[in-house]
Design a protein around this ligand. Structure first.
Ligand SMILES: [Zn+2]
Length: 303
């Protein structure tokens, strides 16, 4: 009985490979070997399946990670762009505000009422709306976006306000008042032929306004009298400092009505038309100085 069992286990599985024209070969394996090979095969198959599953999971993980990475890069890029926009607009806002303040100051200096009006009120309302909201990354972009849009609006309002004020400034017909009642320009600014008939020409640093002897000469704008005295070829001469890098000068007057250090208002009488100094007839020589250098007064004069 035992013998028969052993015989069964040790029984061979044999097959014969025969090819035409060749000697046939017989292969034989014991049953034990076949079972062992089967078990090893199953283990190997299991390992391969498990390995593939793990590899696939790792691949999926990698893919998800790269999607996250892409999304994060996109988010960072958006955030950077919005932050840059915000910085640029804040800088622009500061520039416009500074300009607005300078124009306002110039207008107010001359006693003009500068109404803040609807424009500034709108701008303030927008300021109040500019806060609130959580700080989570998800709505950070949204908040920045909204803030930037409001900043953009405020800049637009400021610009409008500024242009209104500038118009107010220009609508007065020029920054400087015409310095006499009427009169005509007898000599312009720049190179001219010698009025005394000599050879060549010279540079005329102002304009000459011919008027009747003794006609009043007005301060073209408010300021402080720097000089009020005889000044060589200029004759009786007054120079006024208006601040903001501007000065005006008046020459050839018959008399001076102000003294140095005195404050004057726009339109105040500072002297009278004459022909003192190097002059050929009653007129006022009028100069505008910008940062100490003469410029063409017609750029600024109310006519
Ligand atoms: Zn002159």
């Amino acid at each position: 009985m035992q013998d028969e069992k052993d015989k069964d286990i040790n029984a061979c599985i044999a097959f014969t490979l025969s090819r035409p024209g060749k000697e046939s070969k017989t292969f034989s394996f014991s049953k034990k070997t076949v079972i062992t090979l089967g078990i090893v095969g199953v283990i190997l198959l299991g390992t391969v399946i498990k390995g593939s599953t793990m590899l696939y999971a790792a691949y999926r993980e990698q893919q998800e990670l790269s999607v996250y990475r892409e999304q994060y890069a996109e988010y960072t890029e958006k955030l950077q762009k919005l932050t840059d926009d915000s910085a640029r607009m804040q800088k622009e806002m500061a520039q416009v505000s500074a300009l607005e303040a300078a124009v306002r100051k110039t207008l107010e200096k001359d006693g003009e009422k500068v109404s803040r009006g609807n424009i500034d009120r709108k701008s303030q309302e927008l300021d109040l709306l500019g806060t609130g909201g959580g700080e989570s990354a998800a709505n950070k972009l949204e908040i920045l976006d909204v803030q930037n849009a409001m900043l953009d609006k405020r800049i637009a309002y400021k610009r409008e306000n500024l242009s209104n004020m500038l118009e107010q400034l220009y609508n007065r017909g020029g920054y400087f008042k015409w310095p006499t009642e009427g009169g005509r320009i007898s000599s312009f600014y720049g190179v001219r032929s010698n009025p005394f008939g000599g050879a060549g020409g010279d540079f005329h640093p102002g304009i000459d306004i011919a008027n009747s002897y003794g006609a009043p000469v007005f301060a073209d704008n408010s300021g402080k009298v720097e000089l009020a005295e005889w000044n060589g070829g200029y004759g009786r001469y007054v120079k006024i400092d208006h601040g903001n890098c501007y000065e005006t000068a008046y020459g050839h007057m018959s008399a001076i009505a102000v003294s140095a250090g005195q404050s004057v208002k726009r339109g105040e009488v500072i002297g009278f038309v004459g022909s003192s100094g190097a002059s050929t007839g009653p007129h006022v020589h009028f100069e505008v100085l910008e940062k100490g250098a003469t410029v063409n007064p017609l750029r600024f004069l109310q006519q």
